[in-house]
Design a protein around this ligand. Structure first.
Ligand code: ADP
Ligand code: MG
Length: 180
């Protein structure tokens, strides 16, 4: 009896995305490393690279300095499911939103998702004004020096205009997450 050909539904190719991590309350480095580990352990997310950690002064608010980094991921999650994951991880770190730009224990932003441009009530991608923020542009350039931002052109074109923002690269890399 001839065998029935197997029905193979190939998994869709994972999307490539970039996540910005920031913290300015509590144990900054430990928080970013924990968030990276939680991202890596999330079903459907693989962390493929992590930038240096950068110190920056807060933008648009008072408060202690931030520690920032960017992670490159591959994911089978949709953009909204990925946002759900980021917000769930923020909540685990006690994130509250008392007012816009308030100090936060952990901020996770979806910077880019493939070359998609998304504009819904919950989600704007590329992340609004990412090209104006040194704490995003410089770590992202470390990971993807030739990246082209959808609708905005080459990321490297924005380096000069953010260079006056106070940002310091820390020599000590963040502990890499174990892949999950
Ligand atoms: P911000 O990061 O701008 O300082 P929040 O982290 O409090 O502020 O996010 C406010 C809202 O921004 C969230 O409720 C979320 O729905 C929305 N948002 C829109 N686009 C994005 C994105 N690309 N990444 C993360 N949040 C986003
Ligand atoms: Mg945010």
């Amino acid at each position: 009896m001839p065998g029935v050909p197997p029905v193979v539904t190939p998994d869709p190719a994972p999307a490539s995305a970039f996540i910005a991590l920031g913290a300015n309350l509590g144990a900054l480095r430990a928080t970013l490393e924990a968030a990276l580990a939680e991202l890596a352990a999330w079903p459907g997310i693989r962390v493929t690279a992590v930038s240096s950690a950068w110190h920056s002064a807060p933008v648009g608010c008072e408060g202690p300095d931030y520690l920032n980094a960017v992670a490159a991921i591959e994911t089978t999650l949709t953009p909204l499911a990925l946002l759900d994951a980021l917000q769930a991880i923020e909540q685990r770190h006690g994130r509250e939103r008392p007012f816009v730009n308030a100090p936060r224990t952990l901020d996770l932003d979806l910077l880019l998702y493939n070359d998609q441009q998304i504009r819904t009530e919950r989600l704007t991608v590329p992340h609004p004004r990412l090209q104006e923020r040194a704490f995003v542009v410089l770590p992202l350039l470390e990971l993807a020096p030739t990246l082209v931002l959808p609708g905005l052109g080459p990321l490297s074109h924005y380096e000069a205009s953010v260079r006056d923002q106070a940002l310091t690269r820390t020599p000590e890399p963040l502990a890499p997450p174990h892949s999950g």
